[in-house]
Design a binder for this molecule. Sequence first.
Ligand SMILES: [Fe+2]
Length: 396
Amino acid sequence: MAIEVVPLPLPPSADASKFADFGREVKGVKPGELTPEELEEIKELLYKHDALLFRDVDFTPEQQYALTKAFDPSSENYGHGNNKTGETKKSILHPDLKTIPRVPQVQLIGNGTVYNHEGLAEAKLKHPHHKTFHKTAISDEDEEKGATRFYRWHIDAALYDLNPPKVTTLYGLNVPQGTKQVCRYDDGTGDELTVPLGTTAFVSGKTTFDILPPELKSLAVRSKVKYAPHPYVWMAPAHAKSTGLGIETEGLEEALSELPPWEESRLKVLPILWKNPVTGNLHFQVHPCGVMELLVDPLPEGANKEGALYPEGTHITNLGEVRDILYKMQRPAIAPPLVYPHDWHERDLVLFHNRGVLHTVVGAFKPDQVRAFHQCNLAASDEPVGPSPEDVKKWA
Ligand SMILES: [Fe+2]
């Protein structure tokens, strides 16, 4: 049977014109048993559409690891490395991840207590809640009425030493049913988005770039961000913005001298824009919570300097300033019409282009709402590719 693709069902909140290329449901193949030809087709579809959905899938952890690895055959380790080491114990990701013993690259994530699951006698899972991370929180009363927030917009990546994974696979085994929630931005805009309970929300990094005004496109194409050492340990004491898109600047980050041992040479300095290996499009890919510094190249020779930001280039180390600039560039992209909130069904498999989208956990579950997902991504064998000289010439 030939592979068939259909657009993802968009919610009424979405601006369909911005999702013409984003997301496809794939029918007619079993993702655990792809032939080499089918695999090539799926790879191309993923880079073209950034998120692929397969429904009613049977998928073992071994098959999940194999499919994830197929996107980057020489990758091997989970995207965050071995999360059981003492080094990252203080990391804010620590409580969210439980490893499948047989296939340690696959993580069990979700909510509530899961018993006798793939070799785990008992796993206590906790859906991350914004009140543990944001500076402000929704009141219990409003939460009771269904109000919620984006938890943390991110790329799946360690952002220290390891390279950002190319693809993440998410397989929903237990999906609690419940009424829709209203995701509030609480940033003074009045923005809000109705979402399915426990959705995973996605935005396109390509759209993030496409909608920027020319002066910010020019800045983006010339810039790199430098991530903190052990960013998830560094950010752990700090509080996030109410939109989940970055950290409030309060000086709460762990001091660099207090972090687990780190080396300058292992820090990640990555371009803001990552080039899609199939389409050549530029995707704005920044994990705003982990960024420490911004490095801007000067305008290329012959570029129009009028209205240009930092025409001579700059290196910004003031954390507040760095965050303000990134927020200005990224906030437009999480506006309600640009968010795809996936409505999970049991046995859904979603593959997403981790170098082409940002995503976040959303919503809140009660302890008795048991949710179990398998997640896999692998630290990549190479760094993302930034803009080409032609791209810089075109956009700077
Ligand atoms: Fe993630």
